[in-house]
Design a binder for this molecule. Structure first.
Ligand code: SAM
Length: 280
């Protein structure tokens, strides 16, 4: 494993220090450009803060710590061998490394060059990496048996149906796509781990994106809100059948906070929604 300090220098992150948060529209191009920059600038901090919890070769679906070993949302682990799997918004490709250990053939795709440099740091290039936007997948039709995404891309894109259609296109018939996102109900609450995060402060039905912007008003980070119903309709419009919607409960062993996700809130309200989808 390459030492963390041996990576080339990361882009400066001072732009984020001067940013202000607001709710306003943000389209596909602006969201993509802002998030590529944000993840490039913040990948180092993300991996330092969460790398141990994620593990170099574990498949964790979100801050609750639900592990694919127990969840088997992609199917029984013993049936993963020989399967072509696309991981979208892979970050440092921790999930792909677990899939490879099961005998699958993963490809880890991410928008952020810096996140993928962390994948290289961890395994020296053992997992194939692709730098691309989830809205325009650089693969032929029917290239994969399975696709997965743990908080990658779907929370950040303005047009989730476009991503779902792309994933459907590159999946073979009968293929499964499983993705996790922030549970939509969380958008009605302040993103705080303590008691202040338990009182409704905004409308659940307000789809206006969360945008952090620089002094000129240019977006430097964007998240898009969809209600549960919106997500279900997106899955169907993308050409999939929804076969399960998993809301992981906060386990007693997990005492760690991750941003607004905490044991306090996790015991009372859902924090993650995992959509299990299949194409015909
Ligand atoms: C919260 S991280 C999750 C990374 C990884 N799945 C994990 O669990 O650590 C979100 C990832 O999605 C990537 N991402 C955001 N928008 C994307 C897009 N439009 N296409 C591909 N990746 C995107 C980011 O670069 C980032 O690495």
């Amino acid at each position: 494993m390459q030492a963390y300090e041996s990576l080339p220098a990361a882009p400066a992150s001072s732009v984020d220090d001067d940013s202000t948060a607001t709710r306003r529209d943000a389209g596909t191009t602006e969201s993509s450009r802002a998030n590529r920059g944000w993840w490039d600038r913040n990948a180092d901090d993300y991996q330092v803060e969460h790398g141990t919890f994620l593990g170099d070769d574990r498949f964790v679906w979100g801050p609750e710590g639900l592990d694919e070993v127990e969840a088997e949302l992609l199917g029984p682990a013993e049936e993963l061998a020989g399967r072509d799997v696309l991981e979208i918004g892979a970050g440092a490709a921790q999930c792909s490394r677990w899939l490879a250990a099961q005998g699958a053939r993963p490809v880890a795709l991410d928008l952020s060059h810096r996140q993928l440099q962390h994948a290289l740091r961890i395994d020296g290039g053992a997992v194939p990496l692709v730098e691309a936007d989830a809205g325009a997948l650089p693969f032929l039709d029917g290239s994969f048996d399975l696709a997965c995404s743990a908080y990658g891309a779907l929370p950040f894109v303005a047009d989730p149906v476009r991503v779902l259609r792309e994933v459907r296109r590159v999946l073979r018939p009968g293929g499964r796509f499983v993705f996790s996102v922030t549970h939509p109900v969380r958008w009605a609450f302040p993103d705080e781990p303590g008691p202040e995060g338990l009182s409704v402060s905004a409308s659940y039905f307000d789809r206006t994106p969360y945008v952090e912007q620089d002094e000129e008003g240019g977006a430097v980070y964007v998240e898009h809100h969809r209600t549960v119903g919106d997500r279900v309709r997106d899955v169907v419009a993308g050409g999939f059948r929804l076969v399960d919607l998993v809301e992981p409960e906060w386990p007693a062993w997990n005492t760690q906070e991750w941003g607004g996700w905490s044991p306090l809130r996790g015991n009372l309200i859902p924090g993650t929604a995992i959509f299990v989808c299949e194409r015909d």
